[in-house]
Design a protein around this ligand. Sequence first.
Ligand SMILES: [Zn+2]
Length: 260
Amino acid sequence: MLEVQPIHAFNDNYIWLIKAPNQQTCWVVDPGDAAPVQNYLKTANLTLEGILLTHHHYDHIDGVAELAKQGVEVVGFAKDAKRLPTLTQAVQQGATFDLLGQSVEVMEVPGHTLGHIVYFIKNEHQPLLFSGDTLFAAGCGRMFEGTPEQMQASLQSLAELPENTLVFAAHEYTLSNLKFALQVEPNNTALQARMLESTKLREANQPTLPSNIGIELATNPFLRLNQPEVLASLQARQPNANLSAPAEAFKILRSWKDTA
Ligand SMILES: [Zn+2]
């Protein structure tokens, strides 16, 4: 079983640090800044073995050059290698590789960017997902490069992972996402409860992450495009929309969030 800790970066980024119990080697995901990682490694007396990259945005990769000076593995998507720091392992959709004794699967999830991947650690007792800027707690990333069809299909592929899969997203956006989700589904009691719980966590300066797939299925409107209350809210915004197509429903929901 792996241990995962957040390292705070910028305003609201989490650089996730992954280690095995009682071992001093670790990996980090999306180090947009080297300094907070270096401080953490020093304080915890850990050695960095490798870096996982989900996509090319600066707040996910700008710490890589500095951290990789010591000679560590850098894993990223082969298709987007031109926009990523130098990779030691360029991986494809569906590839699996070993990380600290666990098997990691690469899933291609275009939409936020066209070269976005996520990392799924398949441990049967406790699966883990490093979802970058694709799946957030109670929300999803903006569509900078992909189409609604692509982004909706990407999110659907994550929704099909085991419900106990812990979701480690790259930003603390939960409260603003929940506020929007409650506009879409004001009567969702799981959502109301999550808002209370997450508000308490943030008041205590605690991360609201990880989430898990089961919680997202119950509260994340972007994974609930077939729910009557979600559909009614979308239809009220766009009376002529054909919501039987999930990509169309997704498109309306995403643009509503972008302007909310
Ligand atoms: Zn991004």
